[in-house]
Design a protein around this ligand. Structure first.
Ligand SMILES: [Fe+2]
Length: 256
């Protein structure tokens, strides 16, 4: 599987602080069935990471993986905060794309009141990038109005939800929104957004199994992310997705 959202590099953001921590996370990814990870450090006002730092970090970390016999390949990426995306220079923004393709991972706003954020997404698209939107299910504006997500997808945006959102790690509001996006056929990719091997560990398949959606793993976690990092054609979706779950289903099966 291919994980397109992982805070894997040591000491660069709120992922692992040390190389040992990053290697532990890499081992956990491999144990969970992942063989390719896009390293996606935060590119925002807090951490100030730039493409040169990220690329150097990836190069060093891939060498460390070989040295430690961990069969994982790390490719380029970044989780870019929306407000910053359009302020970055053209070449800098392009250097933050996922793998070798034309896709940027832009972070859906996590605070309420981010009205009109879809205009910022559109602006990135008009600058020549394709947009994969990270965790729309955690965005209060999309929770309030899922039609916003429908509109974004109609305009060519792909949606990446966090595996833990489906299994309830972020609460029932996020879980309900994740199910709604799945039911509407608006989910193209499921990623871990892992930050370390314990506190926010990887576990794509485990989360999908927990909610009875493992049959979609090959689309969400293999074929679509592989196409994104190679710049290939995005595969057609499965013919149907599970209907939105009722609250009673979640009370019975879901975490509270
Ligand atoms: Fe993240």
């Amino acid at each position: 599987m291919v994980d397109l959202h992982c805070h894997l590099l040591p000491g660069i953001d709120d992922g692992p602080e040390s190389l040992e921590g990053s290697l532990a996370l890499a081992r956990a990814q491999v144990a969970a069935g992942v063989n390719v990870v896009a390293a996606t450090p935060h590119v925002d006002l807090e951490y100030g990471n730039r493409s040169a730092d990220i690329q150097a970090g990836i190069e060093q970390f891939n060498l460390a993986l070989v040295e430690h016999g961990i069969e994982l390949k790390v490719v380029n990426g970044a989780e870019i905060t929306l407000t910053l995306a359009n302020e970055l220079e053209k070449d800098e923004l392009a250097a933050l794309r996922l793998g070798e393709g034309p896709w940027l991972l832009l972070e859906a706003p996590l605070s309420a009141g981010a009205f009109g954020f879809e205009n910022l997404v559109r602006q990135a698209q008009t600058r020549g990038h394709k947009v994969l939107l990270a965790h729309p299910e955690r965005c209060p504006e999309i929770q309030r109005d899922p039609d916003l997500a429908t509109g974004l997808v109609r305009n060519g945006v792909l949606m990446q939800i966090t595996a833990g959102s489906l299994s309830g790690s972020f609460g029932t509001t996020v879980q309900e929104c994740a199910f709604e996006l799945v039911a509407r056929g608006l989910v193209h990719n499921v990623a871990s957004d892992a930050h370390d091997a314990r506190r926010r560990p990887p576990g794509l398949l485990a989360s999908l199994e927990e909610v009875g959606m493992s049959e979609y793993a090959s689309y969400w976690c293999e074929s679509v992310p592989a196409a994104i990092i190679s710049g290939g054609e995005i595969p057609n979706p499965p013919t149907s997705f599970p209907a939105a779950r009722s609250k009673s289903w979640r009370r019975y099966f879901g975490r509270r």
